[in-house]
Design a protein. Structure first.
Length: 186
């Protein structure tokens, strides 16, 4: 095994969120005091992915949010779910999930926009989502008063295991057909 691969494994393992190819190359350049081309790092990552694809490991190297992260293989999700159920204190409330969904699908969005959709005050939910790093302040609106705009964060991508907002389910997939009134004619 290439010594650089061990350093790459250590970087990915120690990172709390996915780590990008460029970040890995930068760290390796500092350690080895030589340039690391991105395709060289990509080749090392492919070797690591192949190594962890073996049934001898409970984890695998996965590309998430345009970076790399070690995740538990799907076969072990039931036991991990049990652990997470015990630690469910960090679980998002229904109000926070609704607020997060609105922000994810409408981003960038103001708090007023979210409140108009939900029909209730969202101060607490937005504060909790900011504390959990699931959303970020992404700027200010050009509207009167220049309200703050909110968007999802890279942690949101990691949390839901997606690379892009485009991977979210389409809203039409959730909506029932309510365009008809009464019983369907025979």
């Amino acid at each position: 095994m290439d010594k650089a691969e061990l350093f790459i494994e250590a970087l990915i393992f120690s990172s709390e969120q996915s780590i990008r190819l460029e970040e890995i190359a930068y760290c390796l350049q500092s350690v080895f005091e030589r340039d690391f081309l991105l395709n060289e790092v990509a080749k090392n990552l492919a070797n690591i992915q192949e190594k962890y694809s073996s049934d001898n490991f409970a984890i695998e190297l996965v590309r998430v949010n345009n970076g790399y992260q070690f995740l538990t293989k799907k076969d072990f999700h039931p036991v991990i779910s049990l652990l997470q159920a015990q630690r469910s204190k960090k679980k998002l409330s229904q109000a926070a999930m609704e607020t997060l969904a609105i922000i994810a699908y409408k981003q960038p969005v103001t708090k007023t926009d979210v409140e108009q959709i939900r029909g209730v005050n969202c101060d607490y939910s937005i504060q909790k989502l900011l504390e959990k790093d699931l959303i970020v302040i992404s700027g200010k609106s050009e509207a009167v008063g220049k309200p703050i705009l909110y968007s999802t964060s890279p942690m949101f991508m990691d949390y839901f295991g997606i690379n892009s907002i485009t991977e979210l389910p389409h809203i039409k997939d959730f909506a029932a057909d309510t365009s008809s009134i009464g019983n369907i004619a025979e």
